[in-house]
Design a binder for this molecule. Structure first.
Ligand code: FAD
Length: 336
C-alpha cells in the first residue's frame, strides 16, 4: 500500500478502512468478544471513512500527523478500538505506531532504562534485569488486563488514554519517569507526571506523540512497588492504585521516599508528606500510620459503583502503607 493521503509521504502505508490489514482486523475481532463480555453490548461495525497509516520512522509519523488534523496514533489499540466501538468519532487516519522500531524497543542505556512508548507491556516482564531493578513498574504493567491484552497494551497508550485509574502511571511517576515526545518541532522531554492533565486529556499537541520513556536505574538499597485494589481478582479497573519507591541508608532508615496514588483524583496524586514523615527514619508503625492519614487526605475521589469517596480514601491509606512496606523489603534485599 502506498501513501496517497494529504501530507503522507510515499512509502507510508495508508489505506481505507476496508483495506485495514490482517493484524488490525484480528484485533478488532478480538475486541468484539471482549466487549460483549465487558459491556454486555453487541459489537458495532466501523464506518468506512477511517484510513490507516503505518509509518516505519518517527519522521514519517510526524509527517502523517501534520497532514491530517484528525489523525490519531495508536499502539496496542486496547483502548482505541473499544472506544471507537463505543461510539467515539473515528479519526481521519488511524496511525499505527508499532512499526517504528524505536517505539517498540526496551533497552538499558548507561544509567537509564529506555522503554518504547508502544512496547507491549508483556515485554517488560521478560527483561530479567528490569524486573530486578524496577519490580514495581513491571508489576504495574503486568496488571493491565489479561495476557492477551498485555501482548498489545503499551505504557504510552496507558498514559495517553489518560484514565485516572491507569495502572502503570503511579509506578512511572514514583520512578521519576520522563516521556520523550516527537512533533513537528523535533523532540522534547517532560516528566511523565506532566503528561496527563485530566480524565481523557493530555498536554501533548494533536500533532505530537510519545516516543519512549526514560527511567534512571535505581541506586543501591532502592526499590519500588505497585499495588491496586479491585473488586474482583483480575480484569477490573482499580478502585485505588498505589505506587511507592524508596531508598534506604545503611542503617535501614529512609533516605528518599515517593508515593503516588491512582484512581482517587482526576490525575495521579503524589503524597509529598510521606517524605517529610519518613526521611531520616525507619518505617515504624507509628510513622506509617501518619503516612496513611496523609495519603487519605490528598485524595479527591468520586463515588461510583466500585466504591464511595470515603472507602477510596481509606483504601488509599492502606495501600500506600502496604506499597511502602513492600518497596522497603525489596530495597533491603538489594544490598549495597
Ligand atoms: C479487557 C481489557 C482490560 C483492561 N484492563 C486494564 C487494567 O487492568 N489496567 C489498566 O490500566 N488498563 C486496562 N485496560 C486498558 C488498556 O488496555 C490500557 O490502558 C493499555 O495500556 C492501553 O495501551 P494501548 O497500547 O493498547 O493503547 P491504545 O489503545 O493504542 O491507545 C490509547 C490512547 O493513547 C493514545 N496513544 C497510544 N500510544 C500513544 C503514543 N505513543 N503517543 C501518544 N498517544 C498515544 C491513543 O491515541 C489513544 O488515545 C484494559 C483494556 C481492556 C480492553
Amino acid at each position: 500500500m502506498t501513501g496517497t493521503g494529504k501530507g503522507v509521504p510515499a512509502g507510508v502505508a495508508l489505506c481505507s478502512e476496508t483495506r485495514v490489514p490482517a493484524t488490525l482486523r484480528a484485533v478488532l475481532r478480538g475486541f468484539d468478544s471482549a466487549f460483549v463480555l465487558l459491556s454486555g453490548r453487541g459489537a458495532t461495525s466501523f464506518g468506512c471513512a477511517m484510513r490507516y497509516a503505518a509509518p516505519t520512522s518517527i519522521e514519517e509519523a510526524v509527517s502523517v500527523l501534520a497532514g491530517d488534523v484528525h489523525a490519531q496514533v495508536y499502539a496496542g489499540a486496547t483502548d482505541f478500538i473499544p472506544q471507537l466501538r463505543m461510539g467515539r468519532p473515528e479519526p481521519g487516519v488511524a496511525v499505527d505506531l508499532k512499526r517504528i522500531d524505536r517505539l517498540t524497543g526496551l533497552r538499558r542505556e548507561g544509567d537509564s532504562w529506555v522503554i518504547g512508548a508502544a512496547t507491549p507491556s508483556a515485554r517488560l516482564g521478560e527483561e530479567e534485569d528490569l524486573v530486578a531493578e524496577l519490580p514495581g513498574l513491571v508489576e504495574a504493567a503486568a496488571l493491565i488486563g489479561s495476557d492477551q491484552i498485555q501482548s498489545r497494551a503499551s505504557l504510552g497508550g496507558n498514559l495517553c488514554n489518560a484514565s485516572p485509574a491507569a495502572d502503570s502511571v503511579p509506578a512511572m511517576v514514583v520512578n521519576n519517569g520522563r516521556a520523550v515526545i516527537a512533533g513537528p518541532a523535533g523532540m522534547r522531554t517532560i516528566p511523565v507526571a506532566s503528561v496527563v492533565t485530566g480524565p481523557g486529556s493530555t498536554s501533548l499537541a494533536a500533532d505530537e506523540f510519545l516516543v519512549e520513556f526514560v527511567f534512571d536505574r535505581p541506586p543501591p538499597r532502592t526499590a519500588d512497588a505497585y499495588l491496586r485494589f479491585i473488586p474482583r481478582t483480575e480484569m477490573d479497573i482499580a478502585v485505588v492504585g498505589a505506587g511507592a519507591r524508596l531508598t534506604l541508608d545503611e542503617a535501614g532508615r529512609c533516605r528518599e521516599v515517593s508515593v503516588a496514588l491512582g484512581a482517587v483524583a482526576p490525575t495521579v496524586v503524589m503524597v509529598p508528606a510521606a517524605a517529610g514523615i519518613l526521611v531520616g527514619h525507619p518505617l515504624t508503625d507509628e510513622a506509617l500510620k501518619r503516612v496513611a492519614a496523609e495519603a487519605s487526605a490528598v485524595c479527591n475521589p468520586i463515588d461510583d459503583k466500585r466504591g464511595t469517596k470515603a472507602y477510596r480514601r481509606q483504601v488509599a491509606g492502606v495501600l500506600a502503607v502496604r506499597a511502602l512496606r513492600l518497596a522497603a523489603d525489596r530495597a533491603a534485599r538489594t544490598g549495597s
